[in-house]
Design a binder for this molecule. Structure first.
Ligand code: PMP
Length: 479
């Protein structure tokens, strides 16, 4: 696939020029941001760039440098930055004189978006579903999905998984695994039961592989079927088909299928949080498609708005038993996001971008897996489609019973910094923040993928050398 902008040769670290590329440059802006914005700001802390222009997979900073964006707005920009199809759709709404904000009223733009969405949903769900427009974030749509399931079942309990990420509002945060951010808001949620997600590298049962998956499935079944499990039948089970923030951990297909049959048997709605996995990202249109599973509720955001804020919950019509106003919110009628989203969804389907993500993802994972022989700090390379994770470990550490090495968060942070210095934007996630996550646009070109692999190799060289140097020096000293 041709790339929208030729990758510049960014293989060596570039010093930030003092004058920067635009009037004012990036330094004073970054300094003002640090002085004025919240201590809770995130990406801005470790990606100190000031984007001023962007096209495809590339961002140009106020420092005049080009960066290959392998974060894509946390997986939002399926078609990359300023794709002509998206920009054209936004421009058409602006030029038409249509209202930009209409609460949840019907409009031709919304009608068209809804048709586009129904056109790409799993057919079994599309055939008999309802769509709720939530406030425009993944977290708000998760809140809506939970409320819907509780209302429909009359039950309160929820089952969610270790490593899960569902958002930062109190209800979504309760489902999220990250202890440090949960704790101030939702410590000890009495309605939540935490279940072990089958992790292929850090198996919660110390079993690994198919045995670990079977143990997890069996544990969930026991909690639901054992009258003395201490966990009443829940209102819903909430799962990510590939845990994203948790460190790019795909739900094994057989395990997800067992979760589907178990929840169906017991009349428990299965909520698939496809906020990050939706619309081609994993190499299928939806993350659940890998397992051939159709959930009862799907939570969709990020790519659904073509880069603008939008979130929806799609669910089986039989669950539609909540009352008028049950989940309201002012900003549920963003017409520009709906137009951008409709254009994006149609483009993904028409251009076969899910299959393209699968192909490119396979290539990247197989090449990166080969890197493991050269760089022992790559504990595991995994992913689906263009959702790829590199587990950064300490090769000198003590392996656990299954051979997994300790997480190496400092090396992971160094790798992220070395990538940025060479013009590649990537983020960390996972346990201990030691998984390098790659989420490039689905439109990434072959030459851009090669460029990424080359830069990653150079950055890994630096991190590996850095790690080995003190040890080598010690050995020389001993000699
Ligand atoms: N669910 C998943 C799976 C996510 O990855 C995210 C965001 N990373 C969310 C929910 C929350 O979305 P938002 O940040 O838009 O609230």
């Amino acid at each position: 696939m041709p790339s929208p902008a030729p990758p510049a040769d960014r293989t060596t670290p570039q010093a930030v020029p003092p004058g920067d590329g635009v009037p004012g440059g990036s330094r004073p802006i970054l300094a003002r941001q640090a002085a004025r914005e919240s201590a809770a700001r995130t990406y801005a802390r470790h990606l100190p760039i000031v984007p001023v222009r962007a096209r495809g997979a590339w961002i140009t900073g106020a420092d005049g440098r080009d960066y290959l964006d392998c974060l894509s707005g946390a997986g939002t920009l399926a078609l990359g930055h300023n794709h002509p199809v998206v920009v054209g759709a936004i421009r058409a709404v602006l030029d038409s004189g249509a209202p930009l904000h209409v609460l949840d009223l019907a409009t031709p733009v919304k009608d068209d978006f809804t048709s586009a969405l129904l056109g790409v949903l799993p057919p079994e769900l599309a055939a008999d579903c309802r769509i709720h427009f939530a406030g425009p974030t993944g977290a708000d749509a998760v809140e809506a999905a939970v409320k819907l399931a509780r209302t429909a079942t009359g039950r309160r309990g929820l089952f969610a998984f270790t490593g899960a990420y569902h958002g930062m509002t109190a209800g979504a945060l309760a489902l999220t695994g990250a202890n440090a951010v949960r704790e101030p808001a939702v410590a000890g949620d009495p309605f939540l039961t935490r279940l072990p997600f089958p992790h292929p590298y850090r198996c919660p049962f110390g079993l690994g592989g198919a045995l670990g998956e079977a143990a997890s499935a069996s544990y969930v079944r026991t909690l639901i079927e054992d009258p003395q499990s201490g966990a009443p039948l829940p209102a819903a089970v909430v799962v990510e088909p590939v845990q994203g923030e948790g460190g790019v951990v795909p739900a094994p297909d057989a395990w997800l299928r067992s979760l589907r049959s178990l929840t169906r048997e017991h009349g428990v709605p299965l909520i698939a949080d496809e906020v990050q996995t939706g619309f081609g990202r994993t190499g299928e249109l939806f993350g659940v498609d890998h397992a051939g599973v159709v959930p009862d509720v799907m939570v969709l955001s990020k790519a659904v708005g073509g880069g603008l804020p939008l979130a929806v919950v799609v669910y089986r019509a039989s669950l539609d038993r909540w009352a008028e106003g049950a989940h309201t919110g002012t900003f549920r009628g963003n017409q520009l996001a709906m137009a951008a989203g409709a254009a994006t969804l149609r483009f993904i389907a028409a251009e076969g971008l899910a299959a393209r993500a699968a192909e490119l993802g396979r290539l990247l994972v197989s090449r990166l897996t080969r890197y493991q022989a050269q760089y022992p700090l790559l504990g595991q390379v995994r992913g689906r489609g263009l959702m790829i994770g590199l587990e950064i470990v300490d090769p000198a550490g003590e392996p656990d019973a299954l051979g997994a090495l300790p997480a190496a968060p400092a090396a992971a942070r160094r790798l992220r910094a070395e990538l940025l210095a060479r013009g590649v934007i990537a983020e960390l996630g996972g346990r201990h923040g030691a998984v390098l996550r790659l989420l490039p646009p689905l439109t990434l070109g072959d030459d851009e993928a090669e460029h990424l692999l080359g830069v990653l190799g150079r950055a890994l060289d630096v991190v590996a050398e850095d790690r080995d140097a003190p040890r080598a020096r010690m050995e020389v000293a001993r000699v």
